[in-house]
Every structure is written in structure tokens, then in C-alpha cells.
Design a protein around this ligand. Structure first.
Ligand SMILES: Cc1cc2nc3c(=O)[nH]c(=O)nc-3n(C[C@H](O)[C@H](O)[C@H](O)COP(=O)(O)O)c2cc1C
Length: 215
């Protein structure tokens, strides 16, 4: 395995945007193992680790799930393309550049060499609104570990209109819940740029909701 890029944790946190333009080049198994081994260091309530990480490389499975994903994309964004991109359009929180990259991913999802689908056991009927907090920390670990190896990732969910179909296709237990689909691959374009966000001073409240402070 080539040494991962030497980068501090904070540098990585500030330079890991969604990477949706990916090369089809394979990811070596030892790199994939290293990424997954970093992911599972993430937190879960009571260290319960009620999860499984499904690695998908099978082209037939990817082709089928990608079709389901594109249905979700069309319903959520594709059908609003002109409204989002058109001249004088009000746009969308996603922004023009992210729309185009998300559209690209939707059209090329199956070309990413590896997908990881984090699954929470026994969560399908969970009424705990915080259930996801026992896996999304680990999911972020996965994306940061990938970044250290120069591999791009995006947390996606647009396949989830076909949750039951996806579970059946992958042999995932009925009472489990897929929590995301993360395509991984070496980036073909774009940069490890700092993600754009509202200013931290605007979204940080001190002692009481709404109480902001200057930095
Ligand atoms: C719960 C969740 C669901 C998401 N689903 C999708 C998705 O289905 N497809 C996609 O391209 N990006 C998806 N994203 C990625 C977001 O669009 C992305 O995190 C956001 O635009 C910020 O991007 P940036 O970090 O590159 O600035 C999802 C992110 C989250 C947290």
C-alpha cells in the first residue's frame, strides 16, 4: 500500500468536499481495508457497533442500484434542472456547480470502482430520531480516511426510494436499514477544496439559541 498523504486531521477536515467526478480505476484491496478499518473506529452508542459495511464491486448490482438512484435524482433534482440552472433562476441551496457535479454522479454512479453501503442492524423500524448518530460518525471517518489515501467520496441517499429492493438485492436483513451509499474512487477532476459553508459565527449560539457572538 502506498503511504497515505501526510495531512493533519484539521487540514483534512477543511479540505474534504463531496468528490463526484471519479475515475473507474480500481482501489487496491489493502487501501480499501485501511479505509474500512479507520471507519469502524467511529463511535456508536454504548459501543454497540450494530453495523455492517457492504462493499459493492459487482457491476450488475451497481447497474441496478444506479438505475434506482437515477429515479431518486430525477424526482428530487433532475426534474427541476431548468429551475435550478436556468438564467435568472432562483437556484437551490446545492448551487450550480454542485448541481452539475451531482448530476454527473447520478449519470456515472456505477463507474465508481467501489461503493460502501453502511447498514444499521435492527434499525428499519426504529423510532429513535437519533439512531443515525450511531453510524454517521463512522461514515465521516470513512470519507476522511479515503481522503488521506487520495480517494474521493460522497455520502449519498438518493437510491433510498428503493430501500427494500436494495436490501433484497444485497441480502441485507429486512429489519436492517441502509444508511447511505458511498461511491469511492480516485478523483478525475475537481480539487480538495475547503467546503463552502455559512460563517461559523452565524450558526454558533452561546448559552441560548440565537445568541451569536463575533469571533
Ligand atoms: C444525508 C445526506 C444525503 C446526501 N445525499 C446525496 C445524494 O444522494 N447525492 C449526492 O450527490 N450528494 C448527496 N449528499 C451530499 C451533499 O449534497 C453534500 O454533503 C453537500 O452538498 C455539501 O457538499 P460539500 O461538502 O462538497 O460542500 C448528501 C449528504 C448528506 C449529509
Amino acid at each position: 500500500m502506498a503511504d497515505p498523504e501526510p495531512i493533519t486531521v484539521l487540514e483534512a477536515l477543511h479540505s474534504t468536499p463531496a468528490r463526484r467526478y471519479l475515475k473507474p480505476d480500481p482501489i487496491p484491496d489493502d487501501v480499501l481495508w485501511a479505509i474500512l478499518d479507520a471507519a469502524i473506529r467511529g463511535p456508536s452508542g454504548g459501543n454497540s457497533q450494530g453495523w455492517g459495511w457492504v462493499v459493492v464491486t459487482d457491476p450488475d448490482v451497481k447497474r441496478q442500484v444506479a438505475e434506482w438512484y437515477r429515479e431518486g435524482w430525477e424526482a428530487a433534482y433532475g426534474s427541476r434542472r431548468d429551475q435550478i440552472l436556468g438564467e435568472g433562476a432562483a437556484g437551490d441551496a446545492l448551487g450550480r456547480r454542485n448541481f452539475l457535479s451531482a448530476e454527473h454522479l447520478a449519470n456515472h454512479l456505477e463507474e465508481a470502482p467501489v461503493w460502501v453501503i453502511p447498514v444499521m442492524e435492527r434499525a428499519a423500524k426504529s423510532r429513535n430520531p437519533r439512531a443515525g448518530s450511531s453510524i454517521y460518525g463512522a461514515v465521516q471517518h470513512l470519507m476522511l480516511a479515503a481522503r488521506a489515501h487520495g480517494i474521493g467520496a460522497t455520502l449519498t441517499t438518493l437510491y433510498a426510494g428503493h430501500e427494500e429492493d436494495t436490501k433484497r438485492l444485497l441480502g441485507i436483513p429486512e429489519d436492517a436499514l441502509t444508511m447511505a451509499l458511498i461511491p469511492l474512487g480516485y478523483p478525475s477532476q475537481g480539487r480538495w477544496a475547503q467546503p463552502r459553508r455559512k460563517p461559523v459565527e452565524q450558526v454558533t449560539y452561546w448559552n441560548r439559541w440565537g445568541e451569536t457572538r463575533g469571533r
